[in-house]
Design a protein around this ligand. Structure first.
Ligand SMILES: *Cc1c(COP(=O)(O)O)cnc(C)c1O
Length: 386
């Protein structure tokens, strides 16, 4: 047997099957696919959707190249590319949400995942419960539970979860586990090896890596993805070939970009820990973070996204901090080359009438700029907070 290729090597090989003379595969745009004979036309409807050209909705050769690349990268049987990370979340949750079915979702998931559960899935007749700990997960599993949905680390608060333990508990009840794996990227996080059945990514982030597109992926076995595939087919949630082509280009440098994000973020995080205006840095790659041991066990590196809690300051001072930043943009999303800062409001603060801490949690994305320059920028902005 040939030895398995290292991920760096794999990233230079995958997704190029349809390339002939050019290095890169051609971009195939299509709505209509033409068939030579009626038999060919009929045959196309008997094969698996999302793997052979049928109609633009099920993808073109470009889509299949990207899907195959992602499946190989995640060590999964197959991949479905969809129009955004949120669509990937909607597909996996929506496909398992039937009247009377029960979904168990990690408490600190991406805010939009929660909104989707509460505003769309519950009215469909599905019961959605949230769990914060393994004990709560054990206690809340019911015979009607159709899916456990997690995200590691948690959005905004960067808390770690024991993925293997979650999978062991869910699987003992015959329940599949879906995981939002966006933070670690396929380079630092191997969810399927930890037992996750369906891994999803907002490929908008590190996979594309340049903040110029929206894309989502779902990977797993054919069997586990069958209901998701059907949901995507029925709702028409396909990814555009142009976007898949750009994402393939982004993938080529993923294994180079991720260690740099890790190193830069760690340098900036260590510096921030020493600043009097910063009360806490929430980043599992830090030795004194409560999630550090779990991060070490489950990840082979950290991405550039973490949060800081500012020391108490007036709203004005906080605003001056943001406005003074020059190398950090104020904006949502992350995973590109650029550095970003954004006020973070975890859902458990949202329900409060008085929000004394509003705006004090700052989410930072550390991009590919020199970390010394980034610290200098943060230093002059933090000077507005006394
Ligand atoms: C951004 C994000 C999403 C949503 O992805 P989009 O591509 O923006 O729709 C989902 N999960 C996490 C953890 C995210 O950060």
């Amino acid at each position: 047997m040939k030895p398995a290729l290292k991920q760096e090597t794999l990233l230079t090989q995958i997704g190029r099957a349809s390339a002939t003379q050019s290095v890169n595969p051609p971009l195939v745009r299509a709505s209509t696919t033409l068939f030579r004979t009626l038999a060919d036309f009929k045959h196309s409807y008997e094969t698996m959707v999302f793997e052979s050209p049928q109609y633009g909705r099920s993808g073109t050769a470009t889509t299949f190249e990207f899907q195959n690349a992602m499946a190989q990268l995640e060590g999964a049987e197959c991949c479905i590319a969809v129009s955004s990370g949120l669509t990937a979340i909607a597909a996996v949750l929506g496909a398992h949400a039937r009247p009377g079915s029960h979904l168990l979702v990690y408490d600190a998931v991406y805010g939009r995942t929660r909104v989707l559960c509460e505003k769309e899935l519950r009215p469909l007749g599905a019961t959605v419960d949230f769990f914060a700990t393994l004990d709560e997960l054990r206690a809340r599993l019911t015979p009607a539970t159709a899916l456990v949905f997690i995200e590691v680390p948690s959005s905004l608060t960067m808390a770690m979860l024991d993925v293997e333990a979650v999978c062991a508990i869910a699987h003992a009840h015959g329940v599949p586990v879906a995981c939002d794996s966006t933070w670690g990227s396929p380079v630092f996080f191997r969810p399927h090896a930890l037992g996750v059945d369906i891994s999803l990514h907002s490929a908008t982030k590190y996979i594309s890596g340049h903040s110029d597109l929206m894309l989502g992926t779902l990977t797993g076995t054919y069997e586990k993805l069958e209901v998701v595939r059907t949901w995507c087919d029925r709702y028409g949630s396909h990814a555009a070939p142009d976007v898949c082509w750009l994402a393939l280009r982004g993938l080529r440098t993923l294994a180079v970009r991720m260690p740099r994000h890790h190193a830069n973020a760690l340098a900036v995080a260590h510096w921030l820990q020493r600043q009097p205006q910063v009360r806490r840095v929430l980043f599992p790659a830090l030795e004194d973070d409560p999630g550090h041991a779990l991060w070490q066990r489950q990840f082979s590196g950290a991405s550039g996204l973490f949060a800081i809690e500012l020391a108490r300051c007036s709203e004005d001072a906080c605003e001056r901090f943001y406005d003074a930043l020059t190398l950090f943009g104020i904006g949502t999303s992350w995973g590109g080359f650029e550095s970003l800062a954004m006020p973070a409001i975890p859902h458990h603060l949202r329900g409060l009438k008085v929000q004394p801490d509003d705006g004090r949690l700052v989410r930072l994305h550390i991009g590919l700029a020199d970390p010394g320059d980034l610290c200098d920028d943060l230093a002059q902005a933090l000077a507005h907070i006394r």
